[in-house]
Each structure stands twice: as structure tokens, then as C-alpha cells.
Design a protein around this ligand. Sequence first.
Ligand SMILES: Nc1ncnc2c1ncn2[C@@H]1O[C@H](COP(=O)(O)OP(=O)(O)O)[C@@H](O)[C@H]1O
Ligand SMILES: [Mg+2]
Length: 446
Amino acid sequence: MACSLLCPDRLGGSEPTPLATDLGSEQRFDPERALLSIGGCPRGRAGIYVRQPSGYRAFIPQSLPPGNPPIELTLERSRLLSDATLALGRLDAAAQLIPNPDLFIGMYVNREAVLSSQIEGTRASLADLLVFQVEGQSEYPVEAAEVINHVSAMNHGLSRLADLPLSLNLICEIHRVLLSGVRGQNREPGQFRRTQNWIGPAAGCTLAQATFVPPPPQKLMEHLTNLENFMHDETCPPLIRAGLAHAQFETIHPFLDGNGRIGRLLITFMLFQERVLHRPLLYLSYFLKSNRAEYYDRLQAVRLPGHWEEWLDFFLRGVAETSTESWRTVRAILDLQQKHRELLQTRKVSGNVVRVHELLWRYPIVTIPYLQRELKLTYAGVNRIVLRLVELGILQESTGNRRNRRFADDDYLSLFADVPNDPDETSSGADRQEDLPLGPRRPKRA
Ligand SMILES: Nc1ncnc2c1ncn2[C@@H]1O[C@H](COP(=O)(O)OP(=O)(O)O)[C@@H](O)[C@H]1O
Ligand SMILES: [Mg+2]
């Protein structure tokens, strides 16, 4: 399968390529085709709605890559692609030059897990997750546990990808880790759905009110197999491939729950597998959460009007902005590391203070019992170390309590800002499934 891109003039090779304007005029002058087009794209470009035997209509996507017409690569879109590629390359190169990036990559993974879960309505913050990681407590324990699962799912996927290609089996494996033991347990962890589901407009809506009805369960494997093949289609530039694959995955919505989170993980996994990124440092959830309404609208517009290009523009803009932002963060972390290390050197601190300080890049919120366990030291010993770091201005006590104190490296934490939650953020209403109350057109159980 080859990925075809429609290149307007000057971008093409020696073969004459169809021009964007040619395509436009073809559509303008062919009355029959004009009748069949929606928003400038031939009807059914991304798929069509098909009435199911029990009366409701489900969306049947076209296979990837889009072929009728192929993705239009205008000069402007080529620039977006090259900006995104350059920004990502700069981030990747920076990460490769750092002596020990794994120290802080854990924080990137944490932050992505928090933001990706927040897109789906989880309230646990990065601080909740960090506290939960060291002491198992949080204002939102179930949600924090869910975010920890997300971290495990990401790490599991990344380690498996060292020896295995990205496949449907691996996606199921990662899904099992994501939904294990928490609220998703009755949502069939690790299994593609066997029932019909639907999306929005609000939580609890019926199938009859749905904004979008993904393909019926009996069609899933066909669409998923095409997607799996497409994920390895080397004729398509990796960033375009990742963008198309994410949108198609959300359209197929193959799981009862977790589609948004797994779909976003797929982006990282695809780029990692292609060695576009050697370290998992690009996470789009900050961008997607900051532009959540546009994210959903663009996904939705891929389906019926077939606006693949607009989705790709949005996606590429996200990659460029996020890569640049992550690159700045990497540099800020390096500056902070250097500042702290110089301080520790000039103050001639003990080896144990240095050990705790190194641990903070991975766990920037700590408690005395946690450090006792980690370092196998006495309470008094750890207390002395922590107070030394407080005195040096590296740690701050964050509870104001005399007991059960927590200490945070605020300068470091401030480099991983949260996106404020949208005040009228209603859940996307995604992941409804047949066993919820239905409207008049209730489908039969598969
Ligand atoms: N029209 C749409 N409205 C809302 N979400 C959509 C739409 N189309 C696709 N989605 C995707 O569905 C995801 C939510 O699906 P869901 O299975 O609940 O994922 P998760 O459990 O990770 O929350 C969103 O994050 C988004 O990626
Ligand atoms: Mg969900």
C-alpha cells in the first residue's frame, strides 16, 4: 500500500502531478460531482454512514491513506510539515546530547499521563500523581490510580517496542495495563469491543442523540487491520502517518473505554518506533487539552466533510508548538540542574544530600518516610538531609503541617505547568455503549 499525497505544482517531481486548482475546477465544472461533494470534498472521502439492521446508522470509514482525493500537500502544508519535523528533530537532538535524560523523562511521562487523562475529565493533577506515587494518598485516589496506570501503559509500550513492531496485539496489551484494576475494569481491558458504542454530545446521551457512531463491532477487525498496515507504510512521512492514524483510531473507537488515551499514546509509539524520536519526549496532550474544542471539532470534521487536511494542519501545528515547548523545558531543566549542582558543590554537602537531590529529578515531591524507604536511612538521618536541602532553597515544605510533611522542588515543578481545567468542561460523552439507557433506536446486542 502506498501513501499518496497530492502535490500542487512546483512540489512535484518530473511526473506531472494533479494541481490543487485543477482539482477545484474539476469539482466546479462537473455538476454531478458537485452534487456529491460536501465542503469541497467528494462525499464519502473519509467514510459513509450505513444503516444497520437494527435501524441506527454507524460510520464505516474508508481505509487509509485517503485516496479520493489524496491528501493535498500545498506549499503552506509542506511548510507546516517541515516546521514540525525541524522542531521535533531539534528536541530529539537535544535529548540525545544530555548525559542522563532518563532522570527527567519520567516527569514528562507523568505529565502526559495527567494531561491525557484530564482531557477525558479526570481531575487528578500532576501534584496528586506525584504525592500518590510516594505515599499512596491523593484527593482523588481512584483517578490518581488511573493516571498511574497510564504511566505504566506508556512505559510498558515503550519497553515492548524495543523488540516488537507496533501491532494490534500490542495495542490490546497496552490497553489492558491502562484499564487494569481501576474504574475501567468492567470495560473489557485488553479487548476490542463486541458491542456498539457512540460518542457525545454529553455524558449519558443515548445512541439516538449521538454526535458520532463508530463502526459496528463486526466491522472492527477489517478497519483495524488496515490501520495496523498503514502504521507501517513507509511511503508516508512519519508525522503525517501519525496524524492520520490517530484520527482514524478515534473514528474506529475500538475499545469500550480508553480510546482517547490509547489513541494519543499511539502517536508517541509511532514516532518512537520510526526513530523520529529516540526518547519519548513529545506529548501532545498539553496542546490538545488547551485546544480541546478544536481537537474534537477537527476529528469530527474528518468524518463527514472529509476534512483530513484541516485535521493534519492542526496536528502538525501541535507537533511544532509542543516540540518547541518541550525543547525549551529540556534546556530549562539543564540550567536548573547545573545551578543546583554548583550550589551543592560550593556548599560541600554530604553524599547523601547529593543522592536525595538526584532522586528529585524523578520524584520532585517527597516525604521523610518515602526517603527512609528509598535510602534505607533512619528518620533522623533523612530529616537532616531534607532540612539541608530546604536551607539551600532546593526543597520547600508544602503542607504547612508539623506532622506528615511533604517537601517539593518547586522550581523544577514549575517547569511542568498544568493546563487549567476548562470550567464548562463536560465529558466528551464518548464511550457510551449499548448497555446504557438508549433512545428509541436501540440496537440489538451484538
Ligand atoms: N466528536 C468527538 N467528540 C468527542 N471526542 C471525540 C470525538 N471524536 C473522537 N473523539 C475522541 O474520543 C476520545 C474519548 O474516548 P474514550 O473512549 O472515552 O477515551 P478515554 O477513556 O481515554 O476517555 C476523545 O479524547 C477523542 O480523542
Ligand atoms: Mg473514557
